[in-house]
Write a protein that binds this ligand. Structure first.
Ligand SMILES: [Zn+2]
Length: 78
C-alpha cells in the first residue's frame, strides 16, 4: 500500500469527532496521523491502519478541497 507523508487517508471508521479523513504526517513501520476534524495526532502501526483505509488521496492528486490544501501547506517540504 502506497501511503506517503502529505496524503489524506479516508478511513472506514469515523474518528469520535465525526471526521473520517486523516492527514499523514509520517509513514513507515508506524504511521503518524493527524485527524482533519479535531487535529489530534496519533501513532498507529501499519498493519492496523491498512485494514481501516478506504481511500488514499495523494497530495498531488488533490484538486478538490481547498480546506485540505490549507492543511497540507502547514507541512510544505514533503
Ligand atoms: Zn478527530
Amino acid at each position: 500500500m502506497d501511503v506517503r507523508p502529505g496524503d489524506i487517508l479516508t478511513m472506514k471508521k469515523n474518528h469520535p469527532c465525526g471526521s473520517n479523513e486523516m492527514y499523514v504526517i509520517r509513514s513507515g513501520m508506524d504511521f503518524r496521523l493527524r485527524c482533519t476534524g479535531c487535529s489530534r495526532e496519533f501513532m498507529i502501526p501499519r498493519n492496523k491502519i491498512e485494514k481501516n483505509i478506504k481511500k488514499i488521496k495523494h497530495q498531488d492528486e488533490d484538486i478538490s478541497g481547498t480546506m485540505q490544501k490549507k492543511k497540507i501547506k502547514e507541512k510544505p517540504d514533503v
